[in-house]
Write a protein that binds this ligand. Sequence first.
Ligand code: ASP
Ligand code: MG
Length: 451
Amino acid sequence: MKFGGTCLGTEDALRRVSRVVKSEKEKKVVTVSAASGVTGSLKEFVASPRQEKEIDDLLLRLKLRHVDLLPKRNGDARKEALEMIEKKITKLDRLLYGVTYTEELTPRTYDLILSAGERLSAVVVAARLSHAGMDSVPMETDALGLVTNNEHFNAVAILGECEKNLGPTLKGAVDKGLIPVVTGFFGVTKNGHVSTFGRSGTDYTASVIAHSVKSGPVEIWKEVDGFMSADPRMVKKAFVIDRLSYEEAAELAYFGAQVLHPRAVQPARLRGINVVIKNLYDAKSPGTIIGNSRATRKDVIKSVSSVPKVATLKVYDTGAGYKSGFLSDITTCLAKEGVNLFSATTSQTCAAVIIDDEDIYAANRAVKSLMGGIGESYEIETGKALVCTVGEGLGSTKGVAARVFKAVASKNVNVELISAGASTVAYHFTVGQKDLKSTVVEIHKEFFGYA
Ligand code: ASP
Ligand code: MG
């Protein structure tokens, strides 16, 4: 059972978490994100040089925030938790002083600092569960041995190692009647350094745990009902999708629907374990079930998602079609600058990639260095939006693409870059930002009859 930051932000939310955990009669492991806003405040803090005094202010705020969320009654659960919080704050204090004095922040130290949020919230949640009559202990994923590769901020779990390390410990604890509350968002490299999974990484932690203990389902508790047929801010009558395949969920997670970490289904999928999105504020509603089922709706498309701000980078070379490694040189240099690619297409004279709008400066730097060798010229076009239609039936049903693009054309919208076929469950294309809403609304109408 995974609980995200907004499930841990307030007294009311924490009560609901206790209730939901208690009402689950099966054996269970809990994993938690940092309380809402905490990871963000740590990131922001280390992003610029600081005065010593600012460290004290931040730490005091963090401490009070977490102490405030502890059970109010002065029992053992509260006392132990207070001591643990104190220790974590002291450790963070040393780290932040180190960074302030040396004015140096390595990826390792950065990840170690960011992991503080989950360490604190695990203490709080375990204390709340204990207080509510459940036997609960906080556990930290570096100590447990959730081993990852060396890619800081975007680490990938080494599942075989995790299974060996986490499996016996967690199963042992659960068999004794304990409820482990495991820190989300980070693991540890083989050399013993903390490594984080990127935004919303705790979804991924939950899935890695399920893989390690060979048991499920993975429940992702949030403040929404699940994946939707479109962004409800654009499409008023968008609805919750009851079932998705692993592929559909992964495509949707990449393309805009901020419901799930993009890699979160992968470990669960290897074991055929279902991932279920559940709403903390409506615990009885079934949510979205993600699993093996190939159940396709009659209407083929399950969702129209979007990324509101992207840019296209085009690299021209009249001989591109003959140069081997043209695309790979481009993507490699972008990867080195940390640019996130949504998709790539090539022709004989041009390679085009869709990138995050935030990455245009990094992309410009990267591609400039290629000119002369690979590529004769390049351009970056901003002001684009990405539309993505997802459904298992896309690859196998005739006429779907025609329906999508006819709907778009009826709104007089110009479709720019199209990519289809790489995934059998998703098409995506770019339009101008001003046309995004009408495009999404029109496709929703075409496939579901209303918007
Ligand atoms: N605390 C991390 C974040 O805000 C991880 C998570 O929430 O899952 O991204
Ligand atoms: Mg969070």
